[in-house]
Ligand binder design. Structure first.
Ligand code: FE
Ligand code: FE
Ligand code: ZN
Length: 284
């Protein structure tokens, strides 16, 4: 989301790729400076969503990734994160979106258990949940000291919450593969998720290829079909019946500074992969 059209601009950009869902940051993902909601062209954006038959729950907000609710070494970091998160929840509500995707956090120099407990106590300090907004904890690659690299860790967080009804999960295909899950047997991964957390808790899927093999804990996204997961698997995840109603979001890198989403969406929709597809972006 950026000046001058803000939210309206985000919807326009997404529509230009032929999408039927979108995800946005309410400002730069690497900082917490935010414009007042009055400036965001919310009504125009909602109108566009309606005209294009996109229900508002197809507009997803991603919290900035510098928020670290797991930091118990510098409690002021977690405190700032918590304050920002409260405002971000209100902003998500003001925009009219339903899902706010959040990275659980990194435990830095402590350990996963301490990280989990710190996240739980910080999430339990959220003062008020705006009507209908759901925080989706994202499955993480396990890069550095990231918490949320296993379904068990996410479940431990969810189980500790005072208000679990305001929470869910965002499943990132690059992250779970990097975390060590075998996405080539995706039905089995879903069975495992269902057993530990419950499939109903998945509200968003991040559909990304990975530059690195299973279990590498790197978190480097690749374009669809250009990574270690590959087109066939990603296409089958996009079409999986058990996730039929869950919006799929691409977080794949730009190619030569150009957004690749129009072609990626086309290929996923048609099920036909063109091995030369990136050429049109590389040229000129
Ligand atoms: Fe994320
Ligand atoms: Fe993601
Ligand atoms: Zn990632």
């Amino acid at each position: 989301m950026k000046a001058p059209l803000f939210l309206e601009g985000s919807v326009k950009e997404a529509l230009s790729y032929g999408c039927n869902a979108l995800m946005l940051y309410t400002g730069a993902p690497q900082n917490t400076r935010r414009r007042p909601v009055e400036d965001l062209h919310i009504e125009e954006a909602q109108q566009l969503m309606q005209e294009n038959e996109m229900p508002m729950d197809r507009m997803i907000v991603h919290a900035p990734y510098i928020i670290n609710l797991a930091n118990s070494v510098k409690p002021e970091v977690a405190e700032l994160a918590e304050e920002f998160l409260q405002k971000e929840l209100e902003r998500t509500h003001a925009i009219g979106a339903k899902y706010l995707v959040l990275h659980p956090g990194s435990y830095t120099t402590t350990n996963p258990e301490t990280g989990i407990h710190t996240i739980v106590s910080n999430l339990n300090r959220i003062k008020s949940f705006p009507d209908g907004v759901i925080i989706c904890l994202e499955t993480m690659a396990g890069k550095g000291s990231e918490v949320g690299r296993t379904f068990e860790e996410l479940e431990e967080i969810l189980a500790g919450l005072d208000h679990p009804e305001h929470f869910g999960v965002c499943l990132d295909t690059c992250h779970i593969s990097d975390a060590g899950y075998d996405v080539s047997d995706f039905e089995h991964v879903l069975d495992e998720f269902d057993h530990i957390i419950g499939l109903k808790q998945i509200h968003v899927v991040h559909l990304n290829d990975s530059r690195n093999p299973k279990g590498s804990h790197k978190d480097r996204h690749a374009n669809i079909g250009m990574g270690e997961i590959g087109f066939e698997i990603l296409h089958s995840i996009a079409e999986n019946e058990r996730l039929k109603d869950v919006p799929k979001i691409l977080e794949t890198p730009y190619i030569s500074k150009k957004p690749p989403y129009r072609t990626e969406i086309e290929m996923i929709r048609s099920g036909k992969y063109d091995p030369q597809w990136t050429e049109q972006y590389e040229a000129s």
